[in-house]
Design a protein around this ligand. Structure first.
Ligand code: G4F
Length: 346
């Protein structure tokens, strides 16, 4: 049987890298989009070429429906994984219009490209939906966590744009009979995470503080809670979603939630630093008990105009129907990230 072909939009991102590797290992011919203006000499282009030589790079901007349609016509992918987006929640407050265009309408552009290429009956489509479409348990029904039936209440321009992507994907499923599915993924992290996200910011700073390359880590809200898993486990879920006979929506989560403060404590513990917490609110600090040095303080610059206080997902449907399970638990995730950054910073 001929190898299956997959097209990943946003292949240079965290999930794109994990997914491209997984699909390559499964024998797929893998194509991945990069923004149109990235020349072959551009560092990001070079990084993908070097790290993922098995990815066929396609230059296609998410806003360029002609380029996306051309890509669909030429590649005729069996599966499209739509991962490209502005994905930083904090940034989406600063650039809400670009976020709406890329993270929201970009989904429609890819779906339309599939249709314009006449592939709506043959190509399977995965949309990267997100737990940010929920707003925190306070705004919804309390209980064991969000599932596929929970109400949405996005709290950021990013969450609102993602909700559009979610519904337009369902609409194409219902209108045109497309095998179009959404993975509602809770936070997923790891060694490929960008340093602008809180877990990687922490693991990198902890490594650098341990190695004497940095004094202090500055963070915003330490009280919010997240359901954190390992990105490598989650891309396996994405693939399983597209292997189902019927399209559908699935929550991928761990069913556990932890505060940012807990992640910080565990990360410092990983390098043998015990913390003492002092003060509250903007005056809160953490001190290395052994050295007496303040290693963490609050910088209100990292607060958000509206916050999702708690995210907790219920992955029962994915576990039962997809046979999906995570392999890395919370302490394992923190350990993996800190160990990676210690080696990288050494
Ligand atoms: O790591 P974060 O930026 O992730 P966030 O906002 O939960 O979003 C991530 O997960 C979503 C899935 O639920 C994805 F859809 C989305 O694309 C992204 O991958 O922030 C986590 C928490 C927030 O409560 C934030 O306020 O950490 C808090 N935080 C505290 N100090 C900080 C910081 N976040 C960042 N990025 N930087 C800080 O200094």
């Amino acid at each position: 049987m001929a190898a299956k072909t997959a097209l990943i939009t946003g292949v240079a991102g965290q999930d794109g890298g994990h997914l491209a590797k997984l699909l390559h290992e499964k024998g797929y011919e893998v194509y991945g989009t990069l923004r149109g203006q990235l020349e072959a000499s551009h560092p990001r282009y070079q990084a993908v070429k070097t790290e993922m030589p098995y990815v066929n790079i396609v230059l296609a901007d998410m806003m360029d429906i002609a380029a996306l349609t051309r890509a669909m016509q030429e590649i005729k992918p069996d599966e499209v994984y739509n991962l490209a987006a502005i994905s930083h929640v904090g940034y989406s407050f600063r650039d809400p219009i670009l976020t709406a265009d890329l993270t929201g309408k970009g989904v429609l552009n890819v779906l339309e490209a599939v249709r314009l290429a006449g592939l709506e009956k043959t190509t399977r489509f995965y949309q990267a939906s997100t737990s940010e479409m929920f707003g925190g348990l306070d705004y919804n029904r309390p209980g064991s966590g969000y599932d596929e039936e929970s109400l949405f209440h996005p709290r950021s321009p990013y969450g609102v744009a993602k909700l559009y992507g979610h519904w337009i994907t369902k609409n194409y499923r219902e209108s045109y009979g497309m095998h179009a599915s959404c993975g509602i993924l809770f936070n997923h992290e790891g060694e490929r995470r960008g340093p602008e996200f809180v877990t990687r910011k922490i693991s990198k700073a902890v490594a650098r503080i341990k190695l004497g390359k940095q004094d202090v880590l500055e963070l915003g809200n330490l009280d919010s809670k997240r359901d954190w898993g390992y990105a490598g486990d989650y891309v396996e879920g994405m693939w399983r979603i597209l292997q189902q006979d019927e399209p559908g929506d699935y929550v991928l989560a761990t069913g556990e939630t932890h505060t940012i403060r807990e992640f910080v404590e565990l990360a410092f513990k990983q390098v043998g630093i015990e913390l003492r917490w002092d003060g509250t609110g903007e005056s809160e600090t953490a001190t290395d008990v052994a050295s007496g040095n303040v290693v963490l303080r609050i910088n209100p610059e990292f607060y958000r105009p509206a916050e999702v206080d708690i995210l907790l997902g219920d992955p029962a449907k994915a576990e039962t129907k997809l046979g999906w399970e995570r392999k890395v638990d919370f302490p394992g995730l923190v350990k993996l990230m800190v160990e990676h950054d210690l080696a990288e910073e050494a």
